[in-house]
Ligand binder design. Structure first.
Ligand code: SAM
Length: 332
């Protein structure tokens, strides 16, 4: 609509992607931590919780897609901003046939490809494991037309997934538009685009609660520090620095949800659902409880009453921090 067009004129070409190289550099430099290190991490339970949210989301939409298909039909997925391939096992479990993995950080893409090779070798050794083909390339999804990089540019996708990364494109209108076009243009009718990213309304609520002149807020695990005018927020480029204990220290951007919906509509996507992590957690607990227990290594998950002080703190932290994120699903 008019709001979006107006911003395009104001921002124009010049805004570009001033921050993407900072983001790429940050993720390229991130060391791959071993299992032992991860288990010592303060944010272990939060990571497990995030992983569980992704598993539930991927399973939910893969199941919906499978219901539209016949047994044996191909299932093709784009993992946009795939990182080091944290979702590869989820794709294997979902029995997909082809995966495209792309991320701006070349080092991450290499690690992702290595992980895929390991999964493939394991699958070859076991007659029960599921095998799927995959392609990998490093590129900026906010600047490059991804389909031109696919091995087959006419490929039709069933699902596009962008986990914990979509917000990077809200640096400028052009970048957001490019990312959404990348998500939409190869999606088959009936396919889904699923994404998780910080909830701009929750972030602004916390900023206001921190005081009228506060530039940021946080706790011992994460912090957010604004680097833009927070009194009159821009639609794009509402920049803040996000710091998460030992994992992230990067510029990020608020996603103005109504603008996302408008842009998506331009590319033939309509909003199916929008949920906060807290809502999604509640909704998925009945069917997902066992998986969450297994993934978090806890004997029991009791979100409102926990057995030990330790667990209680962790669960509080999970819910507290995760209230600020949301799940979005769009469909063609
Ligand atoms: N999706 C993965 C996951 O859930 O484990 C990785 C999430 S990580 C928090 C964010 C990822 O987004 C990083 O790997 C980063 O390199 C990638 N990223 C950020 N901006 C990007 C861009 N413009 N194009 C492609 N990837 C980008």
């Amino acid at each position: 609509g008019a709001e979006v067009e107006a911003d395009a004129d104001a921002d124009g070409e010049a805004i570009g992607a001033a921050n993407t190289h900072v983001v790429a550099h940050h993720y390229n430099e991130l060391k791959e931590t071993g299992r032992k290190e991860r288990h010592k991490s303060k944010i272990l339970y939060m990571r497990n919780f995030n992983n569980w949210i992704k598993s539930q989301l991927i399973n939910e939409y893969m199941d919906l897609i499978k219901q539209q298909k016949r047994v044996g039909d191909a299932l093709r997925v784009l993992d946009m901003c795939c990182g080091k391939g944290g979702d590869l096992l989820k794709w294997e479990k979902a029995s997909i046939s082809h995966l495209i993995c792309t991320d701006i950080a070349e080092v991450s893409v290499e690690q992702c490809q290595q992980r895929y090779q390991d999964i493939l070798h394991r699958a070859e050794a076991s007659k029960f494991a599921h095998k799927f083909t995959a392609e990998f390339f490093a590129c900026d999804s906010t600047m490059v037309r991804l389909r031109e990089r696919y091995k087959d540019a006419s490929l039709q996708l069933n699902l596009v997934s962008c986990q914990f990364a979509f917000h990077y494109c809200f640096e400028s209108l052009q970048q957001a538009d490019c990312m959404i076009r990348n998500a939409a243009e190869c999606l088959q009718p009936g396919g889904y685009f699923i994404a998780t990213f910080p909830d701009a309304y929750e972030i602004m609520k916390r900023l206001r609660e921190a005081g009228p002149d506060a530039r940021g807020f946080g706790n011992d695990v994460y912090s957010i520090e604004f680097e833009c005018n927070t009194k009159v927020l821009p639609l794009f480029g509402a920049k803040y620095r996000f710091h998460l204990e030992g994992v992230v220290d990067c510029p990020e951007f608020l996603v103005h949800f109504p603008t996302l919906v408008k842009l998506a509509r331009r590319h033939g996507l309509q909003l199916v659902r929008r949920s906060s992590f807290a809502e999604y957690f509640k909704e998925n607990m009945p069917q997902g409880r066992q998986l969450l227990q297994r993934m978090s290594g806890l004997e029991s998950i009791q979100p409102y009453r926990c057995d030990t002080k330790d667990q209680f703190e962790h669960v509080l932290r999970i819910l507290g921090t995760q209230r600020a994120r949301s799940v979005g699903t769009l469909s063609k």
